[in-house]
Ligand binder design. Structure first.
Ligand code: LLP
Length: 421
């Protein structure tokens, strides 16, 4: 459920007409709903009620500080994957002891920054990373709390580009080598081994792959405990999928996911962390765009929008489906036509949808891409020297620009010209 509904014939973001925001900030833009963000975070938090837990929002999904603050004030932790994300979480007021650091390629500088600024734990992904972290921690005269990310060799049954838990993927250490790696970690004085981490992929629409992976983590917990490791925290990653095509998809709900976690891992007495990103932010955001032209091709009609692949890359990159809806509510039984929905960027890949049935649209009409809150704004670029589009946060009747559209001068002046030119 989200808070983008038609009311009085037009699309609203909570209590604000989307067209009003478009008039104020221009198109294209992203708009997020506070109530939806809060609701989705709480669904996870409540799903784990009864066990010691922390929901660490995977901020790579949508990392505007206003979004982070909205979640942090509900008690969210953050999962960060770079020094930049760490700095952003701290800037948004998230305490270090609620930040977990994931990622296969943490640099020593990133480790230093997190150890100095405060960190809940590092999710370590390889032996060389472990050795580097040990050295950095000793240099700083401290011990780094760690889990080791294990790769359970489970098929997440999702798009190949976002599956991470198969042995061919670059993530984690093979679970078969875990005992050896934990023994090495325990011998490093700069590390404090506290748990196990696993993350098998994103946009999972079935609980079974999670269940298989978590069962392996439960077995490993007992094995490692028997070998003397104090395994007290399990980080179970993110990955629960969302319905991108409304009406045709019904992925499992957070409450079902939470129940499964309790079934598989509840008996271990560990603190549980999860790192959802997409399910928190995905359906909490729209990308709103305006039709520039309706162009007739040989055998099809193109809807040319002012938004493009640089603003929302998911269709071009993963063949992702996003529902597209007109901002003016279509009349019941209104005529529909198949459109190829495209942007102005000079690539054929700049196509959002092919042959999509939509109510008849004209130049100047506004359309909204649903489920664009996660991996939307954060993956955008300035390709074709198109400014990063604004982000807007709605809260009841209020809305605020939480990232402004840069001017052409601001963009161009970031270049510096060497003196010989
Ligand atoms: N934890 C780790 C270690 C991750 O790598 C990820 C996502 C998450 C948590 C959050 O997963 P989520 O709950 O959002 O599925 N750009 C792609 C998705 C990439 C996901 C990368 N890792 C897309 O637009 O579909």
């Amino acid at each position: 459920m989200d808070h983008f509904l038609y009311r009085d014939g037009e699309l609203y973001a909570e209590d604000v007409p989307v067209a009003e925001i478009a008039a104020a900030v221009g198109t294209p833009f992203y708009v997020y709903s506070t109530a939806t963000l809060e609701r989705h975070f709480r669904l996870f938090d409540e799903a784990l009620e009864g066990i010691d837990h922390l929901v660490c929002y995977a901020m790579k999904a949508a990392s505007n500080q206003a979004i982070l603050k909205t979640l942090a004030r509900l008690g969210a932790g953050m999962d960060v994957v770079s020094g930049g994300e760490y700095a952003r979480a701290i800037a948004a007021g998230v305490p270090g002891d609620r930040i977990v650091f994931s990622g296969v390629g943490k640099t020593r500088d990133e480790m230093r920054a997190a150890l100095t600024g405060g960190i809940r734990q590092f999710n370590v992904e390889s032996e060389p990373e472990m050795a580097a972290l040990n050295e950095v921690a000793l240099e700083l005269g401290t011990r780094a709390p760690i889990t080791v990310r294990v790769n359970p060799d489970v098929d997440a049954k999702t798009h190949a580009k976002i599956a991470t838990g198969k042995s061919e993927n670059k993530f984690g250490i093979p679970i078969a080598r875990a005992r050896d790696v934990y023994a090495q970690a325990a011998a490093m004085p700069g590390l404090e081994v506290i748990g196990i981490d696993v993350h098998i992929g994103s946009q999972l629409t079935d609980l079974e792959p999670f269940r298989l992976a978590y069962r392996k983590v439960a077995e490993l917990t007992e094995t490692l405990r028997a070998e003397g490791h104090d395994i007290r925290r399990l980080d179970l990653g993110g990955g629960l999928g969302i319905p991108y095509a409304r009406g045709n998809e019904a992925p499992p709900l957070p409450v079902e996911y939470g129940k499964m976690i309790k079934e598989e891992l509840g008996h271990l007495g560990c603190e549980i962390e999860i790192e959802p990103g997409r399910l928190v932010a995905g359906n909490a955001g729209l990308m709103v765009s305006r039709v520039i032209y309706v162009k007739s091709g040989e055998d099809r009609e193109f809807l040319i929008l002012d938004g493009a692949m640089n603003d929302l890359i998911r269709p071009a990159m993963y063949d992702a489906h996003h529902d597209i809806v007109p901002v003016v509510e279509p009349q019941a039984g209104a005529e529909q036509r198949p459109y190829d929905v495209v942007g102005p960027v000079c690539e054929s890949g700049d196509t959002f949808a092919k042959g999509r049935n939509l109510p008849v649209l004209n130049a100047g009409d506004l359309v909204a891409f649903r489920s664009a809150g996660a991996y939307g704004a954060v993956m955008s670029s300035e390709y074709n020297t198109r400014p990063l589009i604004p982000e807007v946060l709605v809260h009841g009747h209020q809305f605020a620009v939480i990232r402004a559209r840069p001017s052409f001068d601001e963009m161009i002046n970031r270049d510096t010209i060497p003196e010989w030119l």
